[in-house]
Design a protein around this ligand. Structure first.
Ligand code: HEM
Ligand code: NAG
Ligand code: NAG
Ligand code: NAG
Length: 427
């Protein structure tokens, strides 16, 4: 007989593990002894969630190297904001592409997966605040304010505010949490639904429609997005393509997903979508978001039958990041543009074809919509509110941020929102 998978999940990689297992009644190790090549696989280490890859090697991001400064962000501090830099720089072998191994965690974000595959984040997929803030500046030339904002959102929702660690995919609580036993609570990582990840994603299915898998790349959806690029913008994944496709994704979720939820936090999904045309092209908005560029960052390869397969995400060859840094006010303008292109109701389905619009006020969101004359600055202030206030939900009630989390979020965000003119909460 072979070992039961549940039993295997608890085997720790130590020599003493085998005598212990050998004493368990009914366990026959002869199959393993006869096939010693199975050993590494059989003895794979696991964490609290045995389905989440476990890599005992946590290398950390490649250290800052003065020969290849990029935008000069060290240890999560502000860099120069001056981009137009080739990444990886010629000769910078530390940031060469290395595909993830079976023990490395990857998740729903092509930007983070690419960064980990090039060692701008730790290659095992367990990262932290300093790595996130430096990687976003040095690799993509995001402005310091936006890099901090997104990192804070990710860590507060899906990671650990004490260690500042975050899994870029599945639940790795034993490696991210201040409490590795998980007794105080689990930290789900970026894969978690209705925290950062949400319905209407561009290339990931809705949680409810795919047995809880809202993080795996879907080739048919990538082809759908390309089809919109062809019909809207001669094959380019530009701002109009993304605005049209996001609107289409909303309509699909509304029609197909009886548990569809689109709360105020969904505004962030417009922001993530803007990276495709503001950050992925060579020199950002100066370059073309063409199929080759976008596919490389997404790890999309044509299967020759109109669909797409997935390979590890990577930076295109001879790629340079955008010259001017992409900050909170800039992303707010792109959110405004996409939303205004095809305004949608915030709210959710409670069953098939039974949509309830959000009927409580949240910031400037009233009667389930943003006002038609909304400005980029209004959106920037709304982003702040999303991070520091309890966000209402008609369908899925969103959990209140615990007080320690709120204090940490305010400590991080108030300095970067000081000059926006948005009303700030006191810590
Ligand atoms: C700390 C930084 C970041 C975190 C925590 C993060 C997290 C996420 C998460 C959770 C999603 C899934 C959202 C959904 O449900 O659709 C997402 C989507 C996305 N992110 Fe990120 N992200 C970060 C930074 C970036 C950066 C810097 C880029 C680009 C350079 C990027 C590009 C994207 C894109 C294009 C999507 C849409 C994926 C799709 O559905 O096709 N992200 N991100
Ligand atoms: C988009 O247009 C290109 C060029 O005509 C074509 O090769 C490609 O198959 C089209 N993609 C889709 C998804 O329609
Ligand atoms: C990248 O640049 C090198 C050196 O200029 C050149 O030889 C190579 O063909 C370029 N590759 C691509 C894909 O443009
Ligand atoms: C708001 O919607 C909820 C259902 O989600 C409903 O119970 C409530 O009565 C509504 N309130 C108003 C003022 O319409």
């Amino acid at each position: 007989m072979v070992l039961h998978p549940i039993l295997l999940a608890y085997i720790v990689p130590s020599a003493v593990a085998w005598p212990w297992i050998a004493n368990v009644p009914g366990v026959d190790l002869s199959a393993i002894h006869k096939n010693p090549e199975n050993l590494p696989q059989q003895r794979r280490q696991t964490g609290l969630d045995p389905t989440c890859p476990f890599n005992p090697d946590h290398p950390g991001a490649a250290p800052f190297d003065l020969r290849f400064p990029y935008t000069g962000s060290i240890d999560g501090l502000p860099g120069t904001g001056i981009g137009g830099v080739q990444v990886p720089a010629p000769g910078d072998t530390a940031h060469e592409f290395v595909p993830p191994g079976p023990n490395d965690i990857r998740g729903p974000c092509p930007g983070m997966n690419t960064a980990a595959n090039h060692n701008f984040l730790s290659h095992d997929g367990i990262t932290n605040f300093a790595e996130l803030v430096s990687a976003q500046q040095n690799l993509y030339n995001l402005a310091y304010d936006l890099a901090v904002f997104i990192a804070v959102r990710g860590i507060a929702l899906d990671g650990d505010i004490a260690t500042t660690k975050l899994s870029i995919g599945c639940d790795a609580t034993e490696r991210t949490s201040i409490d590795p036993t998980g007794t105080l609570g689990r930290e789900p990582g970026l894969d978690a639904h209705n925290k950062f990840e949400g319905d209407t994603s561009l290339t990931r299915r809705d949680y409810f429609l795919n047995n809880g898998d809202a993080f795996t790349f879907q080739g048919d959806m990538f082809a759908d997005m390309y089809r919109v690029a062809n019909s809207t913008s001669n094959g380019l994944f530009d701002r109009d393509t993304i605005a049209v496709y996001r609107s289409q994704r909303y309509d699909e979720s509304l029609a197909e997903n009886p548990n569809f939820y689109f709360g105020p936090k969904a505004l962030l999904l417009y922001g993530a979508a803007s990276f495709i045309y503001e950050v992925f092209p060579v020199f950002g908005p100066e370059g073309d978001a063409d199929i080759d560029t976008v596919s490389t960052f997404y790890g999309a390869v044509s299967d020759g039958n109109g669909g797409y397969d997935h390979v590890p995400e990577r930076i295109p060859e001879n790629w340079s990041n955008r010259r001017t840094a992409y900050g909170i006010l800039e992303i707010a303008e792109e959110i405004r543009y996409q939303y205004s292109y095809a305004p949608k109701l915030f709210g959710g389905n409670v069953g098939t074809n039974n949509f309830l619009a959000l009927n409580t006020t949240f910031g400037i969101i009233e009667d389930g919509t943003l006002p038609s004359e909304v400005t980029a600055k209004d959106i920037a202030c709304l982003l702040y509110q999303l991070a520091v206030d309890n966000v209402p939900g008609t369908v899925a009630n969103e959990a209140e941020l615990p007080l320690e989390a709120l204090t940490w979020v305010l400590t991080q965000l108030n300095p970067i929102f000081t000059n926006t003119g948005c009303p700030l909460k006191i810590t």
